[in-house]
Design a binder for this molecule. Structure first.
Ligand code: SAM
Length: 217
């Protein structure tokens, strides 16, 4: 399924629709993140669904074992910004959905799912994880890299303090989501979980990444 554009999806005004996607493209495109993106993507193979595809910043790191990618992304501006990366790859990538919370695919459709710095922004992350679990084939892997709830109480207090302002300037991004807990609640086993602060302000940069596997029921 190919979707023409994000028209019809709730829009938030000029800043969210036109400015923020460019900020995310610039910040997320930092070379400092390349090694992490490479590590997260290295296990991808077969037919893949990427939730919150953004400007396609993971595309250069898709391994050759990837056959196709269904890109789910609500922002038309981000999709346009992805064009340069779409033209630089041989992988077949189709914009295939607008909302990770409601995926237009049959059960068991994909070999792998990818989500990088997206679960923070999706309004109902459990719905999105439930949908990823549903469309993954049995044993299929979700490769994830997300920022979230910090382990240090002092940092968590700052996450709470900053949340109202941060949510407004960062497109509804939540600083304190407990990623492992969300994965488990959504029915994933989590055989691989790495955590650490990335460079930058600590309330914004505690990262979780690894592999989650669709658990048998
Ligand atoms: C912080 S950006 C990350 C983009 C990209 N994954 C990366 O690693 O650079 C979050 C992305 O999630 C997208 N997004 C927001 N709500 C979404 C939803 N309900 N379903 C899918 N993607 C969503 C945003 O448009 C944005 O592109």
């Amino acid at each position: 399924m190919v979707v023409p554009s994000g028209q019809g999806v709730k829009t938030m005004g000029v800043y969210s629709d036109r400015v923020l996607p460019r900020i995310l493209n610039a910040a997320g495109g930092s070379k400092r993140l390349d090694p992490l993106r490479r590590r997260v993507c290295e296990g991808l193979a077969g037919d893949v669904i990427e939730i919150g595809f953004g400007a396609g910043l993971n595309v250069p790191f898709y391994p050759s074992a990837v056959t196709s990618v269904a890109a789910v992304e609500p922002s038309d501006v981000s999709w346009k910004l992805a064009d340069v990366r779409l033209r630089g790859t041989n992988v077949s990538i189709l914009r295939s959905g607008l909302d990770g919370q409601l995926l237009p695919f049959a059960d068991d459709s994909f070999d792998a799912a990818l989500s990088t710095w997206t679960l923070c922004t999706i309004p109902d992350p459990l719905a999105a994880l439930g949908e990823m679990r549903r469309v993954l084939a049995p044993g299929g892997q979700l490769l994830y890299c997300e920022h979230g709830r910090a382990p240090d109480a002092s940092v968590r207090r700052w996450q709470d303090r900053l949340q109202p302002l941060w949510g407004r300037i960062a497109g509804g991004c939540y600083l304190g989501r407990d990623i492992p807990s969300l994965l488990h609640t959504a029915g994933f086993e989590v055989p691989k979980l790495h955590t650490r602060y990335l460079p930058g302000p600590r309330p914004l940069t505690f990262n979780y990444w690894g592999i989650a596997v669709r658990s048998p029921q």
